[in-house]
Structures are given as structure tokens and as C-alpha cells.
Design a protein around this ligand. Structure first.
Ligand SMILES: NC(=[NH2+])NCCC[C@H](N)C(=O)O
Length: 507
């Protein structure tokens, strides 16, 4: 039993971690990031997981160099540097990650530059789709958005492009240049959220905006505090989604992690980075973690190098077991459920509202005029005229309420089900009453109509014909009230069914 007190929702073997160590640096120009995994392992990262946190580790204990995968010649393609090597390595990596994730264990990938996330996300996405029939979400913690397409990238470095390939925003047919990515490998852009951004290229900003991608920059961390930012990020993803966390160590301020290829000042404190990892761990939804861009050789001295490695180890430890002493599971859950989004079929909902409005107003109009006629004839007004007018008025009020809720983005199926059920009962009573009036022994409007109108047709320019025409119109109005009474009752049943479907649909 590992020491984490959090119950995992999506791992069938939560005691197990599949480890993949990726000594790859071809996604960018600086040597040394391929030595990241061995530095982390030598610092005791894996033995800590095994001995202190009691996880069972799987996978190779040596670092993969993938040298055998590099093509002899690897000229730039579509502006990408080392495209053939990066494609072959990430493809192989995706298979490794997939084979662990398919077993229902957590996958921990140590990089390597961030281009390797093309492989890790592809592997997790495919395995979770197959194993659970779900889409994964990715929390990308990074100073950079890494969402350049080959065409928008200034540097041509693939470590600035992994998100574009992982989401399918960058496409390529050729299998030797990432064409091996299939729909089952891809991440839905709606399930992507960034934390820590502070160095985003102009082309990337456009891509983020055009695709409505959720991003929390350092500005947001300052404005809201890390607690609220993580809360909002998790709420965006939703509580029922497996999470893949891709952590670029350059998200941390260079003060804490100087040993990285593209440091940007003004980053997360180590404590804020740790907090992200702990919070994600406490959701119980974590299925995979990448830790990338640890480049020991770029630290100015040994102390800076040790600092970076220690930061990396701290992040992973807290990812696998949060430091909370009480073991309280994540307190955000309740809020996340409240923010759950329902997907109503827009056309059906609009048709429903239009027809219900038509039915209600028709009944109000007809019975309103019947009341006028009764009064004119000095006859007393039967109660059910007023009853049906009231019920129709309530229905119009209900539809106005729905429109208001839609504008507020708060149209909850429960409200619709309860309201529609009450109205359904009222409409059904009205329908039964007018059916009795139409055909019942006491009222029998239909007998009168047959005798006075349908079997007694009058012609000619005289008062009797005028009276007959008036009679006929009353009979026709009765018929239309009955028809719309039936339609209204059936439509109320329909919207209850629709609301139940919306409630259970969680795509
Ligand atoms: N994973 C990283 N460190 N990425 C840095 C990317 C920098 C820059 N946006 C580029 O496209 O080249």
C-alpha cells in the first residue's frame, strides 16, 4: 500500500507507476537536457517513490537514448529541426507510455526536452480512450505555451510545438513526420489548460485566442493567487476527467530551477509548483505526469544544478503523495460539480418553446373570447375556462424563466424536470376536463356541434346563417383547443425526457 491517502478514480493499479526515462534533446538546440533523467534518478527520485512512498515501479531502469531510431539524414522539414528523429522518438515513446497506461497504472515520464510530450500525451490519450472510453485532460505547467505550428515557429525547435501536434492543430500526413498521430492519440483543445505562462509568441497568442484555450498566466497567478488558479483550472477540466500533467521545470522561476534551456524570469515559486502538483494529486484523477527540460549542465555551478534537480524531485514526490497531514481529499470537488456544463440540443429546445408558446397563447385567446361570449349571453362562466387560461399563463411564465436561465448559462435539467412535471399534471387535468366537455355525458359540446353545425349547414344572406357561422367558429375553436391541449401535454412529456437525457449525457 502506498502512503498516499487519496483514492484514485481512474487507475486500476494505483500502487504501480510505469517509469519512462527519456534522454532526448533533439527538440531544441542545447545539449545536456538528455542528461536530465539520469540526474533525477541519481538524486534518488525513483528510490524515494519506491522506498518511502511504497510504490511499485515498472519499466526500464536505464535511460532510453533512442539513438537507433535517428534516421541517417534528418534535414529540416516544414521549418522543423530534427523532424525525423523527434517523430520516431515520440512515436516509440507513445508506445511505451501506452503500454503502462493500458495496465491501469500511473505513468511517470522524465525528460528530455518538452517535444517528448507529443509521445506521452498520445500514449495516455489512446490508452484512456481504450480502457475507460474517456478523453483525457492535460494541465500544461510551463513558462511557454509550446503551441507553435511548424509555420508559426520562429526557432523551428520542436519543443515549442508539442501542444500543436498533440491537439491536432498542427497536421502532417507523412508518417515519418508525426503523421503516425491518429485521432485516438489526440487531445481535445477544450480539455487543455495552462498554468504559469509568461513567454508566449505572437503566433501562439493567436492560436490560443482562436481556439478559446484556457490559460492562466503568471499575471493570473499574481491576481488570484495559486489556490484560486488551480481551482479554476480544475473546474474547467471537470471532475470526471483523467488528468495528464505535463510539467516543464522552466515554469518555476530560475531562482529555483536555473538548470533549464529557456529560462524566463518571473516564474512560479517552488512552493507554488509544489502546490499545483499536490492539488492535482488530491483530485484522485491523475493518470500521467511528465517532468521535462531539466538540464543540469546549464546550471552555473554545482549548487544551482543541485537546486534544479531537487526542485524536480520535490515536484514529483508531491505529485505522488501530497504533503497534507490530514489526508483530506480535494476540497474543490463540490464547486466543480456545480460548474458542470450541460449540453442542451438547441434546435429541439427552441422548437419546444415556440410550440408551447403557440399552444398557450391559443388557449388563452380562445377561452378568453369564450368568457366574453358567455358574459354577453348572460350565462355563467365555467371554472375550467379560467383554469386553462391560468395554466397557459403559468406555461408562458415557465418559458420566460427558461430563457432567463439560458441567458445566465444555468439551465439545469432538474429545474426543467420539476417545472415540466408540474405543468404536465396541470395540462393533463385541463385536457381531461375539456375532453369531458366535448364528448362526456354532461357537457357534450361535440353533440351540440354535430346537431347545430355539422349536420345543419346554412346558406344565404340572413341572420340564421350569421348565427350558424358564429356557431361553427366556436366549434372550430373547441377543436383547436383540444388539438393544442394534446400537443402541449405531449410536449411537456418530451421536454422531461430531453432533460433526463441532458442530465445523464456527460460528453
Ligand atoms: N519547452 C520549451 N522550453 N519551449 C520553449 C519554446 C520557445 C519558443 N516559443 C519556441 O517556439 O521556440
Amino acid at each position: 500500500m502506498n502512503t498516499s491517502m487519496v483514492k484514485s478514480r481512474f487507475l486500476s493499479n494505483p500502487e504501480d507507476i510505469g517509469v519512462v526515462a527519456v534522454g532526448f534533446s533533439g527538440g531544441q538546440g542545447k545539449a545536456g537536457v538528455d542528461a536530465g533523467p539520469s540526474a533525477l534518478i541519481e538524486a534518488g527520485l525513483l528510490s524515494q517513490l519506491q522506498n518511502e512512498l511504497n510504490y511499485k515501479l515498472h519499466g526500464d531502469d536505464k535511460v532510453n537514448a533512442y539513438n537507433e531510431l535517428a534516421p541517417k539524414e534528418d534535414p529540416p522539414y516544414r521549418n522543423m529541426k530534427n523532424p525525423g528523429t523527434a517523430s520516431a522518438v515520440t512515436q516509440r515513446l507513445s508506445e511505451q507510455v501506452y503500454s503502462h497506461a493500458k495496465e491501469g497504472r500511473m505513468v511517470l515520464t522524465l525528460g528530455g526536452d518538452h517535444s517528448i510530450a507529443i509521445g506521452t500525451v498520445a500514449g495516455t490519450a489512446k490508452a484512456i480512450r481504450e480502457r475507460l472510453g474517456r478523453e483525457i485532460a492535460v494541465i500544461w505547467v510551463d513558462a511557454h505555451a509550446d503551441i507553435n505550428t511548424p509555420e508559426t515557429s520562429d526557432s523551428g525547435n520542436i519543443h515549442g510545438m508539442p501542444v500543436a501536434f498533440a491537439t491536432g492543430l498542427a497536421k502532417e500526413e507523412k508518417p515519418e513526420y508525426f503523421g503516425w498521430l491518429k485521432p485516438e492519440n489526440l487531445l481535445n483543445v477544450n480539455k487543455l489548460v495552462y498554468i504559469g505562462l509568461r513567454d508566449v509568441d505572437a503566433g501562439e497568442k493567436r492560436i490560443l485566442r482562436e481556439n478559446g484555450i484556457k490559460a492562466f498566466s503568471m499575471f493570473d497567478v499574481d491576481r488570484y493567487g495559486i489556490g484560486r488558479v488551480v481551482e479554476m483550472a480544475l473546474a474547467h477540466i471537470g471532475n470526471d476527467t483523467p488528468i495528464h500533467l505535463s510539467f516543464d521545470v522552466d515554469a518555476l522561476d530560475p531562482m529555483w530551477a536555473p538548470g533549464t534551456g529557456t529560462p524566463v524570469r518571473g516564474g512560479l515559486t517552488l512552493r507554488e509548483g509544489d502546490f499545483i502538483c499536490e492539488s492535482v494529486h488530491l483530485t484522485g484523477n491523475l493518470v500521467a505526469v511528465d517532468l521535462v527540460e531539466v538540464n543540469p549542465s546549464l546550471a552555473v555551478d554545482e549548487q544551482a544544478e543541485a537546486e534544479t534537480i531537487r526542485a524536480g524531485c520535490s515536484l514529483i514526490d508531491l505529485e505522488m503523495a501530497a504533503s497534507t497531514v490530514t489526508g483530506d481529499s480535494y476540497p474543490y470537488e463540490r464547486r466543480i460539480v456545480r460548474i458542470h456544463r450541460y449540453h442542451w440540443p438547441a434546435i429541439q429546445l427552441n422548437v419546444w418553446m415556440l410550440i408551447m408558446l403557440a399552444a398557450s397563447f391559443l388557449i388563452i385567446g380562445v377561452f378568453g373570447s369564450f368568457i366574453g361570449i358567455q358574459q354577453q349571453l348572460n350565462l355563467n362562466v365555467p371554472w375550467y375556462f379560467a383554469y386553462y387560461i391560468t395554466v397557459s399563463g403559468l406555461t408562458v411564465g415557465f418559458i420566460i424563466l427558461l430563457l432567463w436561465l439560458i441567458a445566465q448559462r444555468r439551465l439545469l435539467p432538474a429545474i426543467v424536470i420539476i417545472g415540466a412535471f408540474v405543468l404536465f399534471v396541470l395540462w393533463l387535468v385541463g385536457l381531461i376536463v375539456i375532453s369531458i366537455e366535448l364528448w362526456g355525458p354532461a357537457g357534450s359540446v361535440s353533440v351540440n356541434c354535430n346537431n347545430l353545425v355539422w349536420n345543419n349547414v346554412r346558406h344565404g344572406n340572413n341572420e340564421a346563417t350569421l348565427a350558424w357561422l358564429q356557431q361553427r367558429s366556436i366549434c372550430q375553436q373547441w377543436q383547436s383547443v383540444f388539438a393544442f391541449g394534446v400537443i402541449g401535454t405531449i410536449f411537456l412529456l418530451w421536454i422531461i425526457v430531453m432533460a433526463v437525457q441532458v442530465f445523464y449525457d456527460d460528453t
